[in-house]
Design a protein around this ligand. Structure first.
Ligand SMILES: NC(=O)c1ccc[n+]([C@@H]2O[C@H](COP(=O)([O-])OP(=O)(O)OC[C@H]3O[C@@H](n4cnc5c(N)ncnc54)[C@H](O)[C@@H]3O)[C@@H](O)[C@H]2O)c1
Ligand SMILES: O=C(O)C[C@H](O)C(=O)O
Ligand SMILES: [Mg+2]
Length: 547
């Protein structure tokens, strides 16, 4: 039997227990005899051990074990080394971890609510050891990153998102709940694995699915209150927008793939307007999206709102966004245009119709977009020809390859820069290293990932006790992020701020969200006297003052 203090990751401090603490807690002999260590020393030790590991997946496993063992060491290490740690606990490595979640020896983390628990979801929730929860991230895992249906294996995503809530947004990790709704899995390569951790059955659909989600939503509100934030994550195309529409005004919730992505995408675009050679107002731009799913529709809808704020009509604003889906250009009168795409299915001439199915390069040439946004999950779809075409049309083309993980990116940073002689303003969902163009110039790809948004957005919602998450909060978050991009970043073509400052970024975003909640009267908590400094001071940060 492990000692209860050592077995509790929130209490265990291993070699950092002082002599007095060792005496007080009867730990003498149970921790190493060497003199107590500082948090800083232990973080250094952790980082050396991490470096010595051979693969990203072994580093993922190692960090998950540290988290299970000693929570404050994990978060202190993460917060002091975000650019190093994020790609392991989050995108892209978390994608590999999810693919092999059934095989990897990993500590149990998160709550799987499976379809057989229908009718007793509240009882399952009561098994979670914490009674006070601020943020729930829930996925049905039908579209994990660009990897498709991973069933119960997708737990790595809600777990990873919530680790960022604490590491980047300062939400107390004990008040975070990662949930997988295991409604089945239709992917044979996952489900037929003899070690599969989920229900080996087809996904629930139709009314049975909707009732299951409804029961879950009600159970969360009953147990944790109506201002407990519910973040929908990596739901499939057929459910993401639909569930968001259904719940957005009933619950305190948002969909990260639709709305978080929208805010980070728009922030990158707004930042780019400040770069010389880029048309400096939003209304001068034309956006071409490859992929018309949750992420693409989400970004386009927020662009429309941003344009309307500048005085444009909704109809005119929508005309600034064009979509290409798996059948080619989406246009008015085309077959298979869903209601979500219909807003962006424009009237086009016969000349454009004639090339609508001819591939992205021809479409780029015909439409002459200023920005190309990849949310398609199709790796390499921004070919050399496509990128060169963007470079011919624009002095500084925006090329955002937002699909995750890295293996699904529409192009690499190097390709975007190389085929435009370094003129492209590139951003990607997964991290890419800086690219040295020549002796004088190194360009830095920005990571256009919703991780810049959701921790601060959630922090703001929790701080304000917001009842809902209206679209204007996403606009506020987006503006706030964009304002934090400095001249130095823009000079190296990077449209996002330094990842190292994510805790500060989140405090600023949270402040903007609180102000918006207050403006709309959506706050259950008094935020009259709130300031960025006060928010920052209350954020969970185990290394504060100790590192
Ligand atoms: N960077 C970020 O923060 C971020 C956020 C959300 C999603 N994403 C990534 O974006 C991708 C899409 O996510 P989503 O939520 O929109 O998924 P989705 O399943 O809702 O949509 C995918 C879209 O791509 C289209 N598509 C498929 N094949 C295509 C092809 N050959 N050509 C053109 N379009 C094609 C589909 O028709 C669909 O419209 C994923 O890889 C996801 O990881 C990134
Ligand atoms: O998880 C990420 O890295 C971003 C986004 O939510 C995605 O689904 O790709
Ligand atoms: Mg996602």
């Amino acid at each position: 039997m492990p000692h209860p203090v050592l077995a509790d990751p929130a209490q265990n401090r291993g070699r950092r227990f002082s002599y007095a603490e060792r005496e007080r807690n009867n730990l003498v002999g149970l921790v190493h005899p060497a003199p107590p260590r500082t948090l800083h020393q232990e973080v250094s030790r952790l980082l050396s051990a991490l470096r010595a590991l051979p693969t990203a997946l072994t580093r993922y496993q190692f960090l998950m074990r540290i988290l299970q063992d000693d929570q404050s060491l994990f978060f202190a290490a993460a917060q002091a080394n975000l650019p190093k740690i994020l790609p392991i606990i989050y995108t892209p490595t978390v994608g590999d971890a999810c693919l092999s979640y059934s095989e990897l020896p990993l500590p149990l983390r998160g709550l799987w609510i499976d379809a057989q628990q229908r009718g007793r979801i509240d009882a399952v929730l009561s098994n979670w050891p914490e009674d006070n929860i601020d943020v729930v991230v829930v996925s049905d895992c039908q579209r994990i990153l660009g990897l498709g249906d991973l069933g119960a294996n997708g737990m790595g995503i809600p777990v990873g998102k919530l680790l960022l809530y604490s590491a980047c947004g300062g939400i107390n990790p004990d008040r975070c709940l990662p949930v997988v709704l295991d409604v089945g899995c239709n992917n044979p390569s996952i489900r037929n694995n003899e070690n599969y951790i989920g229900l080996p059955q087809d996904r629930l659909t139709g009314q049975a699915y909707d009732d299951f989600v409804q029961e879950f939503m009600d159970a969360i509100v009953k147990r944790y209150g109506k201002t407990c934030l519910i973040q929908f994550e990596d739901f499939g195309n057929g459910n993401a927008l639909r569930l968001l529409e259904h719940y957005r005004e009933k619950n305190c919730c948002f969909n990260d793939d639709v709305q978080g992505t929208a805010a980070v995408g728009l922030a990158g675009i707004l930042s780019a307007l400040r770069i010389e050679g880029v048309p400096s107002t939003l209304s001068e731009h034309k956006f071409l999206f490859l992929g018309a799913g949750s992420a693409g529709i989400g970004i386009a809808r927020l662009i429309v709102l941003a344009l309307m704020r500048e005085g444009m009509s909704e109809e005119e604003a929508a005309k600034k966004c064009f979509f290409v889906d798996s059948r080619g250009l989406v246009y008015q009168g085309r077959e298979r245009v869903t209601p979500a795409k219909a807003t962006f299915a424009h009237e086009i001439g016969d000349d454009v119709k004639a090339i609508a199915g001819d591939g992205l390069e021809a479409i780029v040439k015909a439409l002459r977009p200023t920005a190309l946004i990849g949310v398609s999950t199709i790796p390499g779809s921004f070919t050399e020809g496509v990128i060169k075409q963007m470079g011919e049309i624009n002095e500084r083309p925006l090329v955002f390859a937002l699909s995750n993980p890295t293996s699904k990116a529409e192009c690499t940073a190097e390709a975007a820069y190389k085929h435009t002689d370094g003129r492209a303003i590139f951003a990607s969902g997964s991290p890419f290293a800086p690219v040295k163009l020549d002796e004088r110039r190194t360009l830095v790809p920005g990571q256009g990932n919703n991780s810049y948004i959701f921790p601060g957005l959630g922090l703001g919602i929790v701080t304000a006790g917001a009842r809902h998450v209206p679209e204007s909060m996403l606009l506020a978050a987006s503006d706030s992020l964009s304002k934090l991009v400095d001249k130095e970043q823009l000079a190296v073509s990077c449209v996002y701020p330094d990842l190292n400052s994510l805790m500060d970024i989140s405090a600023h975003i949270a402040m903007a969200v609180c102000e918006e909640a207050k403006r709309l009267g959506l706050n259950e908590k008094n935020v009259d006297d709130i300031t960025v400094e006060k928010i920052r001071a209350q954020m969970y940060e185990p290394g504060r003052g100790l590192m």
